[in-house]
Design a protein around this ligand. Structure first.
Ligand code: PGA
Length: 244
């Protein structure tokens, strides 16, 4: 894993933008794996700026998102479809038929997972997957204990994840308790992975990732087995790992 240390959130977003724009230019028909949450927002804002300055285009880009809540409609402001559209897609020239986000309201969720995997295969797999990390080490919504050989699946969210995400909802009762998530093996089959980590709340997870063992109890630890991972982490996120 290649670790790039930056000062703060802006530094992380800046570096990530450079890397993603570079890959969009370098790859003929790039397939990007995208993430939601607070971590990649600065990246998306900067990409939109680059698009406005005509420094990047999404005309040939296909995207696959990591996850979606079960039970939320696309136009629900808390759905990840809404998030992606609001924070990135509607501001750039991406063809919406090239956007893939699992549907959390599909009648048959298992079928939805299979269809998502099939479309991913048809697109030739992910060139670069953007990832955040949960305080509990989750990647996507793959909570501790998830099998490393999992493919896209329906997951039960951990209490700590529900609590962490409650900040976006009116009350904790409104937070969905299930999601569809790319599996760990799905994520690991990406050609390149870009993990973004910022803030003190992630310091503990960063210490476990950098200094701990590879274990299903800490899903992100599998990234050590991937050949092409770049971590961009800020000083606060590294404060515990580097203090040792
Ligand atoms: P965050 O979430 O970017 O909102 O911190 C990351 C995650 O839980 O994977």
């Amino acid at each position: 894993m290649n670790l790039i240390k930056v000062k703060n959130y802006d530094g992380m977003s800046e570096k990530a933008t450079k890397l993603i724009v570079n890959r969009i230019h370098a790859i003929e028909n790039p397939v990007l794996g995208l993430a939601t949450g607070s971590t990649p927002e600065g990246l998306y804002q900067r990409i939109i700026e680059k698009y406005k300055q005509e420094e990047v285009s999404f005309k040939n880009v296909t995207t696959f998102n990591l996850d979606e809540y079960v039970g939320l409609e696309q136009n629900d402001t808390n759905s990840y479809y809404y998030f992606m559209n609001d924070k990135l897609f509607r501001h750039v020239d991406i063809a919406m038929n090239c956007v893939h986000i699992p549907s959390g309201i599909a009648e048959d969720l298992e079928k939805e997972c299979t269809a998502f995997e099939r479309e991913l295969g048809q697109a030739g797999g992910i060139d670069v997957q953007v990832l955040g990390i949960g305080g509990n080490g989750h990647i996507g919504f793959n909570e501790p204990g998830t099998s490393f050989s999992s493919r896209t699946h329906v997951v039960d969210l951990e209490k700590s994840t529900i609590q962490a995400n409650a900040r976006f909802f009116h009350s904790i009762e409104e937070v969905p308790i299930q999601a569809i998530s790319m599996g760990i093996e799905t994520i690991m089959s990406s050609k390149e992975i870009l993990l973004l980590v910022s803030g003190e709340a992630k310091a503990d997870a960063m210490e476990k990732l950098l200094l701990g063992e590879v274990s299903e109890d800490f899903p992100a630890s599998i990234l050590k087995k991937h050949e092409h991972v770049t971590i961009i982490a800020d000083a606060a996120a590294l404060s515990i790992a580097e203090g040792k």
